[in-house]
Design a protein around this ligand. Structure first.
Ligand code: 8YV
Length: 315
């Protein structure tokens, strides 16, 4: 087999990191900008494959500094940190890890849904602070079963969320770029129309330039002061400033967020709000799912190296 130089961009799961180092002699790109620049100037031409995660990816500048790049193997289903436009133009293959994380990400969407409406985390803090003893019963929450739920982006993960919420007797509707002919849920023609017709809007759309700030002030306004927003997709899909402003002004009932615009930074204003549940982007973060993602990442790499094509291609 011909030898292909593999570059690791960003930290990876230890098992993935060990495999690519042992099997393919992968070299890690330095983390600091100065070290990176020097490394790429000297070695940039050598690499044909990058293995990275959705958190890092291969952005425009890095891709340009790798003139012989042929494949980007991405750990994670989201690949919005990789410049897919340049990849397409240059005929670079990009793979991701779809499907294996659907269950866990959908579980976290439901966890946020239940937590925000029933105030599970807030009530937990109430007990820990001794408020149950000192102040008596916890204030009433909002019923979670049987609500109208709008799903923005009815892709692989969105569909699993919908299925889970059917078990809670919810009325599901959705908006995607196009209506889907294999689902019976009502289609809303726009995010605003979807938000106007539901109690809880769940964002499950892929990140990237096409979905940037899809949930803007207009969508939040349509959701209204009784409405809730759940986001397990990407922070970039929501206009975070508009969201924070609406929450502070009481123009939205609450939000459950696993993702943020500038992770790991979370808007300071959200930290003191009890109607908001904040998670550190852990949707796929279980031993089982991360192991499956690692297997698929390595399978894509092996397939590319032995056949020239990947198993789960984005491009
Ligand atoms: C990962 C994710 O945390 O798959 C994705 O798109 O957001 C998560 O599963 C992340 O990609 C790993 O870097």
């Amino acid at each position: 087999m011909k030898s292909i130089a593999v570059l690791q961009v960003g930290p990876l799961m230890p098992t993935v990191q060990e495999s690519i180092t042992e099997e393919y002699g992968a070299v890690r790109l330095p983390d600091d900008p100065a070290g990176q620049e020097e490394f790429l100037r000297v070695h940039g031409r050598a690499f044909e494959v990058v293995v990275t995660s959705g958190k890092f990816g291969v952005g425009a500048d890095l891709m340009s500094a790798l003139p012989n790049l042929r494949a980007v193997i991405n750990f994670g289903v989201g690949y919005d940190t990789t410049d897919v436009a340049q990849a397409a133009e240059r005929g670079i293959t990009v793979s991701n890890t779809p499907d294996v994380l659907n269950d866990c990400v959908a579980d976290i969407a439901v966890a946020l849904y239940l937590d925000v409406l029933r105030k599970v985390s807030t009530a937990d803090r109430y007990v820990r602070r001794g408020d149950w003893l000192a102040k008596g019963n916890f204030p009433l929450a909002t019923k979670a079963s049987g609500r109208k739920v709008g799903i923005l982006g009815l892709g692989r993960i969105g569909r699993v969320i919908a299925r889970r919420l059917e078990g809670f007797d919810c009325d599901i509707s959705y908006h995607s770029r196009n209506p889907l002919d294999d689902v019976a849920y009502p289609y809303a023609a726009s995010p605003v129309e979807l938000a106007a017709g539901c109690d809880v809007l769940i964002v499950a759309a892929a990140g990237g330039p096409g979905s940037a700030k899809l949930v803007g002030a207009d969508v939040i306004h349509a959701l209204g002061p009784e409405g809730y927003l759940i986001n397990i997709a990407r922070g970039s899909v929501v206009d975070e400033e508009a969201l924070v402003a609406a929450l502070l002004a009481g123009r939205l009932a609450g939000a459950g967020l696993d993702v943020f615009a500038d992770e790991p930074k979370v808007p300071e204003d959200l930290l003191s709000l009890d109607n908001v549940v904040l998670l550190p982007h852990l949707g796929s973060g279980t031993h089982e799912t991360r192991a499956d993602m690692a297997v698929l990442t390595l399978a894509n790499l092996r397939s590319y190296i032995s056949t020239g094509s990947v198993l789960t291609a984005v491009l």
